[in-house]
Write a protein that binds this ligand. Structure first.
Ligand SMILES: [Ca+2]
Ligand SMILES: [Ca+2]
Ligand SMILES: [Ca+2]
Length: 239
C-alpha cells in the first residue's frame, strides 16, 4: 500500500470521517470531523502549536504544519508523523536542506540532469505547489553564504536560480514578498541586504530586467543578478 493511501486509511479509521479522498483525510486530520483515538475531544489537552492535535499524538508540538495526517512535503522532515521523512518523494532534482530549522528547496541543474526551469512567477507558484511559502528570501550575508555553500555541495555548475525580489511594481525599487524593500534607486536600503554582481540600474535593459536571480560565485556578496522575469531557470524555495 502506498504511503499516501496508508495515511488515508489510517485517518479514516482515526477520525471516523467516512470519506476516502486524500484531501478529506487531511481536513479530517485538521479536526473538522471528530475525535482522537484517546477518546479526548479534538484539540483537548496540551496543543502548544495550535494545530488541533494533542501533544501526545503530535510528533512536533512546536510545528503547526506537522501532525499525523499532515501533507508530507519534500523538506527533510517527517510532516505526517509516520516515522518516515519525505516518503512521498521530491520534485525532480529538487533537494531539501534545513537552515536553523527552516526548510529550503533547491531545484537546480546538476551533473545528473536538470530540474524544471520556470519563469520567476512560475517558480513562485511551483514553490507554493511543493508546500513552501514561496521563493527564498536571501536577506542576510549569513544566508547568502549558506545558500552558496549548499549550491557548492549540490552542483558543480553555476546555475542561475530565481529567489525572492523584484522591481516589477516600481522600477528601481526592489521588494520581496514580505514587503521588504532591499534596494532603491541604486542603493541598499538601510538594514536590508543586497548582493548584486552588477547593480540593476547599470544594465542597458534595466527597465526589462525586473526579477532577481542567484548565482554562486567564489565569494558571497556578489550573487544577485537582475534578469527578465520571463526567463526560465531553476529556483530556491523557502518555507
Ligand atoms: Ca504539530
Ligand atoms: Ca512522513
Ligand atoms: Ca517531509
Amino acid at each position: 500500500m502506498s504511503p499516501r493511501w496508508r495515511t488515508t486509511l489510517l485517518l479514516v479509521v482515526f477520525c471516523g470521517c467516512g470519506r476516502v479522498g486524500y484531501e478529506d483525510a487531511v481536513s479530517c486530520a485538521a479536526l473538522s470531523c471528530g475525535e482522537h483515538p484517546d477518546g479526548g475531544a479534538a484539540g483537548a489537552g496540551i496543543d502548544a502549536d495550535g494545530d488541533g492535535v494533542n501533544a501526545s499524538l503530535d510528533c512536533a508540538d512546536d510545528r503547526a504544519n506537522v501532525f499525523p495526517g499532515a501533507r508530507e512535503v519534500c523538506n527533510a522532515r517527517d510532516d505526517d508523523c509516520d516515522g518516515d521523512i519525505d516518503e512521498e518523494g521530491c520534485p525532480t532534482l529538487c533537494f531539501p536542506r534545513l537552515m536553523e530549522a527552516r526548510a529550503y528547496l533547491f531545484c537546480i541543474s546538476s551533473e545528473t540532469g536538470e530540474a524544471e526551469r520556470l519563469t520567476w512567477i512560475g517558480s513562485r507558484n511551483a514553490c507554493a505547489a511543493y508546500g513552501y511559502a514561496g521563493l527564498a528570501t536571501i536577506d542576510s550575508s549569513a544566508k547568502d553564504v549558506w545558500v552558496s555553500d549548499r549550491l557548492g555541495e549540490l552542483t558543480g555548475g553555476l546555475p542561475l536560480l530565481w529567489h525572492e525580489g523584484s522591481d516589477r511594481e516600481n522600477e528601481g525599487e526592489w521588494m520581496r514578498r514580505n514587503g521588504q524593500v532591499f534596494w532603491r534607486q541604486g542603493a541598499t536600503v538601510a538594514g536590508a541586504y543586497a548582493a548584486w554582481t552588477t547593480t540593476p540600474e547599470s544594465s542597458p535593459n534595466a527597465s526589462l530586467e525586473d526579477c532577481v536571480s542567484y548565482r554562486r560565485f567564489r565569494l558571497p556578496g556578489s550573487t544577485f543578478t537582475a534578469l527578465r522575469c520571463d526567463e526560465q531557470h531553476g529556483f530556491i524555495c523557502e518555507e
